[in-house]
Design a protein around this ligand. Structure first.
Ligand code: 9MR
Ligand code: 9MR
Ligand code: ZN
Length: 532
């Protein structure tokens, strides 16, 4: 088998594919002309439990369509070499957020055949603090294949999107074809405002932010407008409050130029959350026993607090936040992680993006050092296996594709810090994996690739009666600890970690979709295509 990036390779870039089950390969163009032929060197790959090798065909650079054939005569998926191979993928990866919008009818004009009525417009009940109190809570993005709305998950998705925008604004000049398009504000900001404005409603007057709003249990597989279960707002958590402080402070900076009113509201929210954090130093999080939806539980809020401090310092210039950063760094938290549970990497990224002189130089040096160390660690792992994936078998957890893409983010940002192009090559090899250069021979983005996954654990996709899924959604990916009825040790026994995946909507632990699995893809595509 020869596994390729099924979407394609950018002209002028390094181009790699992975061969297994034999070493001889031939490359053909769309006219059936043989362009290249050779033998790869095979080595054992622990992630796929196969002998496999890397094919370097970078010399082939004429725009067009191609495919490989292996020594058994098996044809690979087709792929393109071209200048703008990721343009349409990038747009659909962003339009995903429009499709996740809650509280708004998705009109045919923008949503096509996936249009549906407005959902979850009823008031929500506040749990514990004031059971009689009901609040207006329209808006936000559905978290995933379920209809929950979670502050911490939302903040992290927003962070990937907004830091990408801050780093590579040129990549975001495109219209998303959403209702706000053409209003003079970049569509990435239009889209993110849908979530940010909802997050404002999750905040109490004292600055504390409620952790999430979901029904008590997951609803069946119905369209969102048919979900009549009452939304319940769970208690304030320090995790949500710190994430809110950070993301609102960032948003206040980015929206100022375009939308003063919003920027002001975001600033107010960030400062109130910051005040709450200083008044509530001890860790607080409670997952109510009557709520059975996703918990996003996280035992440590130090990394969230550090991210908040980094952003609040840039917003307010208040020196106490430098003191907080120093205190937290004493705890030796992970300062490179970019997922929903550990956000230390978001703190570092923000601090390292700030203008020279903003933060004390010793902090800059320290965080830059850890970042480049992590990039080197990941580079060595990638360089040692034929898929050039920065993964060991134990990395295949729930949402492994997010980790793959977050590793690509680490490479991208390491390129910014060091100027070394080698990191771009490794960012691209992680992207290759997502788009088909993997042992499943599968593209993990709906609608993109000859063998793209089709059957996500996504309520609208199952309930809408349309065969095809909405394009541009990233799957969670192989999960060696899968625990659902379609993927579990009884069914997948003996499979290697890289193949512990089924394209079946019933497999929520391998094949769901989420807002924070698309966002690192957006970041990576923006970085790789957004120019200098
Ligand atoms: O649909 C739910 C999905 O969004 C969650 O990620 C997942 C894990 O919390 O749970 C899914 O719901 C399942 C529930 O946990 C168990 N019964 C079957 C539900 C739907 O497949
Ligand atoms: O993405 C989350 C993953 O890292 C966890 O292992 C998993 C189990 O706790 O939960 C995932 O988050 C789900 C959330 O709880 C509910 N909405 C769907 C999310 C993706 O499956
Ligand atoms: Zn909704």
């Amino acid at each position: 088998m020869i596994a390729v990036n099924q979407v394609g390779y950018a002209a002028g870039s390094v181009k790699h594919a992975t061969i297994s089950g034999g070493r001889h390969y031939k490359l053909y163009n769309s006219k059936g002309e043989r362009i290249l032929e050779g033998d790869a060197q095979l080595i054992y790959d622990e992630n796929s439990a196969e002998e496999a090798g890397c094919i370097d065909f970078s010399e082939v650079d004429i725009p067009g369509k191609y495919y490989f054939v292996d020594e058994k005569g098996q044809r690979s998926c087709g792929f393109t070499i071209g200048k703008k191979v990721y343009a349409s993928l990038f747009k659909d990866a962003l339009r995903m957020y429009y499709f996740q919008r809650c509280g708004m009818a998705l009109e045919e004009k923008y949503a096509g055949r996936f249009a549906h009525k407005a959902c979850h417009c009823m008031n929500a009940r506040i749990l514990y603090s004031d059971p009689e109190r009901h609040v207006k809570l329209k808006g936000g993005w559905h978290d995933a294949g379920d209809y929950g709305r979670y502050v911490t998950a939302g903040a992290v998705a927003l962070a990937h999107l907004l830091y990408a925008y801050a780093l590579k604004p040129k990549a975001f000049k495109l219209s998303h074809d959403i209702p706000e398009s053409g209003n003079g504000i970049p569509d990435i900001l239009n889209e993110c405002a849908w979530e940010l404005d909802w997050m404002l409603k999750m905040q109490e007057k004292d600055g504390g932010v409620h952790h999430k709003a979901t029904s008590e249990s997951f609803v069946d597989f119905v369209m969102p407008e048919d979900d009549k279960l009452e939304p319940v707002v769970t208690p304030v958590s320090s995790l949500a409050t710190a994430d809110q402080a950070a993301i609102m402070a960032l948003a206040a900076r980015l929206y100022e130029q375009y939308d003063e009113k919003r920027a002001k509201a975001y600033k107010k929210s960030a400062l109130a959350a910051g005040k709450w954090l200083m008044n509530n130093r001890e860790f607080i999080f409670k997952n109510p026993s009557e709520i059975h939806t996703g918990t996003y539980e996280d035992m440590c809020d130090a990394d969230e607090r550090m991210w908040a401090a980094v952003e609040l310092y840039q917003l307010s210039g208040d020196e106490k936040w430098i003191w907080v950063i120093r205190q937290i760094l004493e705890l030796r938290i992970n300062t490179v992680a970019l997922g929903w549970a550990d956000v230390g990497g978001l703190a570092s990224m923000s601090l390292l993006m700030a203008k020279k002189g903003t933060f004390p130089q010793d902090l800059v040096d320290k965080l830059k050092g850890s970042w480049l160390e992590e990039a080197e660690r990941l580079r060595k792992i990638s360089a040692s296996n034929p898929y050039e994936l920065a993964f060991h078998p134990y990395n295949f957890n729930w949402g492994s594709n997010m980790q793959v893409l977050c590793n690509a983010m680490v490479f991208c940002f390491a390129n910014r810090l060091s100027g070394e192009d080698i990191y771009l090559e490794y960012a691209a090899s992680q992207l290759d994996y997502i788009l088909g250069r993997n042992a499943m021979d599968m593209s993990y983005v709906t609608g993109y690739g000859e063998k793209a996954f089709k059957d996500p654990h996504n309520r609208p996709t199952v309930a809408d009666g349309i065969d095809e899924p909405i394009p541009g959604y990233v799957s969670g990916g192989p999960n060696y600890r899968a625990c659902d009825t379609a993927a579990n040790p009884d069914i997948l026994k003996g499979r290697p970690p890289m193949k512990w995946f089924v394209d079946d909507w019933k497999s929520y632990s391998t094949n769901e979709i989420t807002i924070y699995w698309n966002s690192p893809l957006v970041y990576v595509l923006a970085y790789l295509t957004g120019g200098k």
